[in-house]
Design a protein around this ligand. Structure first.
Ligand code: DX5
Ligand code: ZN
Length: 219
């Protein structure tokens, strides 16, 4: 069970202490948005670079941007743990994922709620993580779209039926209440923005999310 708090809901005026507050998580999830692929704008290479330097844990970069095939490399150069591209934004996901791996970065591909899991079936050989978006990408604090739940199970079946070891991440509206069900459906990596940064004690919430995910798995 991997918990990746999303810095989108952090206090950007205190980014160093916000990163320190999630040191017990598995990775810091950094949402890059360009106001084109999604209707929101966050930060780019220089800010991500500084966040990677300040982060006590590995970083997981989620690119919600156009021209991702050329842009992904610039983020990989910063030395994160993984870079996630959206299949909807990529003209050549195979070569982009290969490039990421050649640079020593784990490659990941995301699908939006209306993109079928089957669109990734030809990519399994190229990826270390598959991200099923459980909200429309763009904003933190949204409610999980229930219709995306079956896609988590479908993605798990696709991975299990392959010979590849691929993490299955969910992102959007993950809470203490639904994380167990997501784990039971086959997710093993959970992005949580408002749930972690909206809580009074971030470390405590990370622990609670871990426990709830594990209990869902054991049911
Ligand atoms: C949404 C981002 C998410 C977001 C999740 O487009 O990709 O990572 O920060 O936030 P919560 O957990 O609040 O839904
Ligand atoms: Zn994200």
């Amino acid at each position: 069970m991997h918990i990746h708090p999303s810095l989108l809901s952090a206090d950007f005026g205190n980014i160093e202490s916000e990163l320190a507050s999630i040191a017990s998580a598995d990775a810091a999830h950094l949402d890059v948005m360009d106001n084109h692929f999604v209707p929101n704008l966050t930060f780019g290479v220089p800010v991500v670079q500084r966040m990677i330097e300040l982060s006590p844990i590995p970083t997981d970069i989620h690119l919600m941007i156009e021209n991702v095939d050329t842009e992904a490399v610039k983020y990989a150069e910063l030395g994160p743990h993984s870079v996630t591209i959206h299949i909807e934004a990529s003209k050549d996901p195979v070569s982009t994922c290969r490039k990421l791996r050649e640079m020593g970065v784990r490659s990941a591909v995301a699908i939006k709620p209306n993109t079928p899991v089957s669109s990734l079936s030809g990519l399994l050989e190229e990826i270390d993580m598959l991200l099923v978006m459980t909200v429309e990408p763009g904003f933190g604090g949204q409610k999980l779209i229930a219709q995306t739940m079956p896609k988590v199970a479908e993605a798990r079946a696709l991975i299990s039926g392959s010979k590849f070891e691929i993490a299955l991440q969910v992102d959007g509206g993950v809470t203490l209440e639904n994380i167990g069900e997501l784990a039971a459906l086959g997710a093993d990596t959970f992005v949580a923005g408002s749930s972690v940064f909206g809580s009074a004690d971030h470390a405590q919430r990370i622990l609670e999310l871990r426990k709830s995910a594990a209990s869902g798995l054991n049911q």
